[in-house]
Design a protein around this ligand. Structure first.
Ligand code: AMP
Length: 296
């Protein structure tokens, strides 16, 4: 079976303000983090849209980490832009602006090669776009879905349709609560599973993540990072790592370890910078540490 992962998600220029500084027009978006995380392990094909203002530096990242960009559309207009300000502990943040730009009339159109990929990562993006990708797929691919509070609040019906067709849901603790109405993550996971996905992973930021699959409940701590610089994209990076481990034949535990190791690297720099800089040995060291905690 091919290891290729198809990723759909946002491709953005991010403005981030936090205790460590302010950065403008960082190359970001859920697809970018997901691709950079997954792209070292498996071939990644990208579905998305950029405007004609997308910088050369961003294109280089896409050319380096993607296996195929045939379904990456480049449109006249502005790339999606998102700005956020973080609170003191970086676990809370406020969205300052979301300018959809070329995303406002984006309609994903999959080429034949992408319709036949066996693993799909629907990174955070409007639920209708996620649904459109699922509906274009052939065969019976593994569907891994991420989302955010905005879509839970504004496109709930489409999101519920996506969940019906999802195998694995990756979701933040607060978003899980928003859908299920309960703070108790065990009850929340059962509720979410009843909506479609047989596997639910609840991401808990600096407190790690918990995976639920049938009777199986596996929790993983976050890797202890010395200094957190910027948490943007940590969830998408976790998702990219998680999916890439599964696509290359790994178990759920391998996937949790890969996702957590890469997310810990992501938060050590602004945007994707630390993910671009990290070497394979450092990723392996972190995975070994997390594995030793999971299998004492
Ligand atoms: P995370 O910190 O994992 O929630 O991901 C942050 C990334 O999500 C940033 O790079 C943003 O560009 C992207 N993002 C923020 N809001 C949206 C949105 N409404 N739709 C799609 N992507 C978004």
């Amino acid at each position: 079976m091919s290891k290729t992962v198809l990723i759909v998600g946002s491709i953005a220029l991010d403005t981030i303000e936090n205790q460590k500084g302010k950065k403008e027009d960082l190359i970001g978006g859920s697809a970018t983090y997901g691709m950079v995380a997954a792209g070292r392990l498996v071939p990644v094909n990208v579905v998305g849209v950029i405007g004609n203002d997308f910088p050369a530096e961003g294109l280089e990242i896409y050319q380096r980490y993607a296996n195929s960009l045939v379904d990456l559309q480049c449109k006249e207009g502005n790339t999606f832009r998102w700005g956020a300000r973080y609170g003191e502990n970086m676990d809370s943040r406020e969205t300052l602006f979301t300018d959809l730009g070329v995303f406002s009339d984006f309609s994903p159109r999959l080429s034949t090669v992408n319709k036949n990929v066996s693993t799909v990562f629907l990174a955070n993006i409007h639920s209708a776009l996620q649904l459109s990708v699922i509906d274009q797929m052939r065969g019976n691919p593994l569907i891994v879905t991420d989302t955010m509070n905005l879509w839970i609040e504004t496109s709930k019906n489409e999101l519920l349709e996506v969940l019906k067709k999802t195998d694995i849901l990756l979701i933040n603790e607060s978003e899980a609560e928003l859908i299920s109405g309960t703070k108790d993550i065990d009850r929340s996971a059962v509720q979410l599973q009843s909506l479609g996905p047989s596997t639910v992973v609840i991401k808990r930021g600096s407190s790690g993540a918990v995976l639920f699959h049938g009777e199986e409940r596996v929790s993983i701590d976050a890797y202890p990072v010395k200094e957190v610089i910027d948490t943007t994209g940590a969830g998408d990076t976790f998702g990219g790592g998680f999916v890439s481990a599964l696509a290359s034949g790994g178990t759920f535990r391998d996937a949790l370890i890969k996702g957590s190791a890469l997310a810990s690297i992501c938060v050590e720099g602004f945007g994707v910078e630390s993910l671009l800089d990290v070497n394979l040995e450092e990723i392996k060291n972190r995975e070994d540490f997390l594995r030793s905690v999971l299998y004492p």
